[in-house]
Design a protein around this ligand. Structure first.
Ligand code: HEM
Length: 447
């Protein structure tokens, strides 16, 4: 049944031309939640004369990510924001090209391969902790970013970065803000104009390129057998026997590098913050770790004996999903909730909104890892909880990320406890990912 008489789903009018642009700019997360509360399961949100359709019902989200997958592409904004850095990497490529690349990369993420990286993940956590002294205060967001960056570089490229991690961190932060501001702005200065921001953006992309191309070119000269992700990408062959071009290897490596370390760091940061605010949950986690591991780092085989740790990670990804929204553009007419959505509309599914929906989660604003202990995940309707997306474009690194977060939390929580610096403002900033705007300053106490 279609709703032909009604051209658009319900929603606010917003301001002339701008629509909801100012609300989104000022408080994107709050605006999304307010729209869902006021208008229901499907909402039409005008932003800068473009209509965005926000879907707030699990079956609509399943339709978006699975059933109608072939009629939907990644949104223009997503491509505008991450395209200049990621090129034609997996995250934003489309159609047959994406399918071929996904098939090539998939074996590198097979569980048996991912598990081989677990010693590196633990080693990086131990190394980071060696820098810490009990009683000192650090920005935990920066610490986690350095940690996951090191894991990414070692597992992806089989090398270390020595002095580059600070420069990479600041390049990434700058580029994310820059591209997002451009994407959301109604008045866009061409990227070729030599404004200070445009010049810096070009410099940062060139810097990231030089790093990655440098590693690829060293690897070409290298004859040692290796088992990192880069060597798998370089060796992978299409069915016709052809291999990826150097540009394609660059795009895929950059994509895995960027998509992988930033999100995983955020998942860790938000977990430390939530644990520090919820001492009962923290104490229960400590008890479980003590009784199962007794002070030693976890191995892959331990993880099934650590259900509370798993619940903590699930709950943190529910409340602070690093990927807080996913956007698609329909290439042909699609019908949602009976409404005909004309081609080139933007459809949105937000983890931030769905994961805090009281229809699916009791006391949605509270950090209650216990909720996951009695099979909640299998009772939830598909589409209510999707921190890693769903369907054919589900996160390729999900297993990798889950392994890394669990191993790192187990290693660190047995040695240290973090406490938020009194009065420090923790402000979720929805950029491409959900970051703490000012980082998170915490004291590091030895246990
Ligand atoms: C907690 C950590 C992570 C979260 C929350 C996360 C989240 C997501 C989500 C929601 C998507 C789907 C986006 C969409 O459909 O529009 C995605 C895709 C993707 N992720 Fe992750 N991710 C994480 C870690 C990783 C890691 C560790 C890697 C690689 C090492 C990775 C690589 C990718 C790639 C390549 C895609 C695109 C897949 C495709 O379209 O075929 N992610 N991720």
């Amino acid at each position: 049944m279609t709703n032909k008489g009604n051209h658009a789903p319900p929603g606010p009018k917003g301001l002339p031309i701008l629509g909801l642009a100012l609300d989104v700019r000022h408080d994107a997360l709050g605006t999304l939640q307010r729209m869902a509360r006021q208008y229901g399961d499907i909402v039409s949100m005008p932003v800068l004369r473009m209509n965005r359709i926000l879907l707030n019902r699990p079956d609509y989200i399943q339709q978006l990510l699975i059933l109608d997958h072939a009629k939907l592409h990644k949104s223009t904004l997503t491509k505008l924001v991450v395209g200049p850095l990621l090129g034609q990497g997996l995250l934003i490529s489309e159609g047959d090209f994406w399918r071929r690349q996904r098939r090539l990369a998939q074996p590198a993420f097979h569980r048996s391969r991912t598990n081989e990286y677990s010693p590196v993940m633990v080693e990086c956590a131990l190394e980071r902790m060696r820098q810490w002294r009990g009683g000192e205060t650090r920005n935990i967001a920066e610490e986690m970013m350095k940690l996951t960056l090191e894991v990414a570089v070692r597992t992806l490229f089989g090398t270390t970065l020595a002095g580059d991690s600070d420069a990479i961190g600041s390049a990434m932060t700058f580029l994310m803000r820059y591209y997002l501001r451009r994407g959301r702005s109604p008045w866009r200065v061409p990227a070729s104009w030599p404004t200070p921001a445009n010049r810096r953006a070009r410099r940062e992309v060139e810097y990231m390129d030089s790093l990655i191309y440098g590693i690829i070119s060293d690897r070409k000269k290298d004859t040692q057998p290796r088992n990192d992700l880069l060597s798998m990408l370089m060796a992978a062959m299409h069915e016709d026997g052809s291999q990826m071009t150097e540009k394609q290897v660059r795009d895929e490596s950059m994509t895995l590098f960027v998509a992988g370390h930033e999100t995983t760091a955020l998942s860790l940061v938000w977990t430390w913050y939530l644990l520090s605010e919820n001492p009962d949950a923290e104490a229960r986690l400590h008890d479980e770790l003590r009784s199962v591991l007794g002070g030693r780092p976890a191995e892959v085989s331990d993880l099934e004996k650590l259900p509370y740790l798993n619940a903590v990670v699930h709950e943190s990804l529910r409340l602070y999903p690093p990927a807080f929204i996913m956007a698609r553009m329909n290439v042909e007419t699609v019908i949602f909730a009976g409404y005909e959505i004309p081609p080139r509309s933007t459809l949105l599914a937000s983890q931030w909104v769905m994961h805090r929906d009281p229809r699916f989660f009791e006391q949605p604003g509270r950090f209650l890892p216990e909720r996951w202990l009695d099979g909640l995940e299998s009772r939830l309707p598909p589409g209510a909880y999707f921190p890693f997306g769903d369907g054919p474009r589900r996160c390729i690194g999900q297993g990798f990320a889950q392994l890394e977060t669990a191993l790192v939390i187990a290693a660190i929580a047995q040695k240290f406890r973090f406490r938020l610096t009194r009065g420090f403002p923790v402000v979720p900033e929805p950029l491409v990912t959900l970051r703490p705007k000012y980082g998170i300053s915490m004291s590091i106490d030895s246990r």
